[in-house]
Design a protein around this ligand. Structure first.
Ligand code: ATP
Length: 290
């Protein structure tokens, strides 16, 4: 589903002494079937922005279009409920929301809640667990016996079980060790590529954004400071620094190799392993030329 923000403003506690304008004049499109990353400092408006996509918030003015559904200040609650069936949201530290005594029950809770056929979904759970890198035998275990990384996978799988067309993730790797972070990013990338869903990820880290996103949206003080393809954003180094951001280290290495050797990498989101393989092939070709 394509998502479009058209002139969206959001004011919290409007017309009170605590009034805060969290979004100002947001106009942006998140293309269907791709991953976009929303990045920016604390308080820049990232969470407020994405909560308009699943109907948790309505614009104070302007409108948001999610597929053919339009959300504006006067949209009725009932319509927002429909939207929540199609848009899955993985909140920060989602494992804190696990509460059932088995993994299976936790995975079925969301689908049941939105009225999906759980008999059908139950049959697919072993496959779902495998897709998120967990043993199907874990279905009978308590989620609280699992490691932090495994619990995060179960929590993400519990949203995926609802088969959303749009998936929003708020800092999906927060608090995990580097290996756990890499595993979660790989699983999300594989899922997005397999099902071609529209994915939106909120992050503070350019490194993480660069691993997943085809489009970057940099927020600053409730506005979009920069948006575009990662490679175009990385070219604006000075602007990034003003926003306390930087080109990811991995991309700096790739750029350095391009400039010093003359190699051209296929994309900036290569993992170190993929980059090494492209470098290897390039070296073989060069050797044959000599
Ligand atoms: N429920 C709320 N009531 C009042 N003001 C709020 C509320 N939620 C957010 N704000 C304010 O809106 C602005 C944007 O906040 P938001 O949470 O969207 O930023 P963020 O970029 O997601 O921050 P973080 O990275 O810390 O999660 C901030 O000034 C924040 O204090």
């Amino acid at each position: 589903m394509k998502i479009t923000f058209d002139n969206v403003h959001h004011i919290y506690m409007e017309k009170t002494p605590f009034e805060t304008t969290a979004l100002k004049d947001i106009t942006v499109t998140l293309p269907e079937g791709t991953c976009s990353a929303v990045i920016g400092r604390t308080g820049s408006g990232k969470s407020t922005l994405v909560q308009h996509i699943n109907g948790l918030l309505k614009p104070t003015s302007g409108k948001v279009m999610v597929g053919d559904q339009i959300i504006h200040a006067k949209t009725k609650r009932k319509q927002l409920k429909l939207l929540r069936r199609q848009v899955g949201m993985v909140f920060q530290y989602p494992e804190h929301q696990l509460f059932e005594d088995t993994v299976e029950k936790d995975l079925l809770f969301g689908p049941k809640n939105i009225g999906l056929n759980t008999t059908k979904i139950k049959k697919k759970l072993p496959e779902l667990l495998e897709l998120v890198g967990l043993e199907p035998s874990l279905l009978e275990r308590s989620p609280f016996d699992l490691s932090g990384g495994q619990m995060r996978r179960v929590a993400i799988a519990s949203v995926l079980a609802m088969e959303p067309n749009v998936l929003i993730l708020d800092e999906p790797t927060a608090g995990l060790d580097p290996k756990g972070q890499e595993d979660i990013l790989t699983l999300l990338k594989d899922w997005q590529e397999k099902y071609q869903i529209t994915m939106i990820i909120i992050t503070h880290q350019m490194e993480e954004a660069s691993r997943l996103a085809e489009k970057l949206i940099v927020m600053d003080n409730g506005q979009i400071a920069m948006e575009g393809r990662p490679e175009d954003i990385y070219a604006q180094n000075q602007m990034l620094q003003q926003l306390d951001l930087d080109v990811p280290e991995r991309v700096k290495v790739l750029k350095y190799l391009e400039e010093s050797l003359g190699i051209r990498f296929s994309k900036w989101s290569l993992t170190p392993k993929e980059a090494a393989s492209e470098l290897n092939m390039w070296m073989k070709k060069e050797k044959n030329h000599v």
